[in-house]
Write a protein that binds this ligand. Sequence first.
Ligand code: URA
Ligand code: SF4
Length: 223
Amino acid sequence: MEAVPAAAQAPAGSSAPAAARAQAVEAPVPVDDGSRAGADRAELLSRVAAEVSACVKCGLSANRTTTVPGEGSLDAPVMFVGEGPGAEEDRTGRPFVGAAGQYLDKWLKSIALDRSQCYIANCVKCRPPQNREPHPEEIGACLPYLEQQIAAVRPRLICCLGRIAAQTLLGTTSSLGALRGRVHQRNGIPVVVTYHPSAVLRDQSLRKPVWEDLKVVQRLLQP
Ligand code: URA
Ligand code: SF4
């Protein structure tokens, strides 16, 4: 979703037939109507976690130990989105608690953030076997949960950790190299793309570009 098509921005009903207009007027309030009260937003987050815990919408449900819905502050200004749970996450039910997560904590600290100021989630909520990449149909099945989490938290900024998160949230097949280095928009929310912490643990040459991306995150979060 790199650019919102002009048609999507046209006022509802401006050129729709009368029947469609009438339907639009009666349609339920959209999930993120910009005025959702805190209690409703908290309720939505717990409903997502409850639905995820029982979810069998894709094949990843077969091998999981526990689901990893995501966690963090309801009022987090920034949401970090990874790929999917690894072994430690699958065991504990918490996102980014293994080696990549400990490294992510250092990244947060480097820009004066800690987890209490973030919401941390993944594209898929169940661990892919042998940590393989989640398949497109698994990501597609799981995406509505992430969408609802974004709608509930309404972060001021989303930071995608790695190619899978970036491609998923930006709706593109572009490479990570092509996507990082500029600020994207997703439904009005700025999106910064950087490397996945696991990739940086494997390749130290990525530390410098990540630091540049983190400084962009820090700058965009300035009041
Ligand atoms: N890698 C991810 O992408 N997400 C996690 O939660 C842990 C490791
Ligand atoms: Fe459901 Fe997502 Fe788990 Fe698939 S990965 S079973 S869609 S929660």
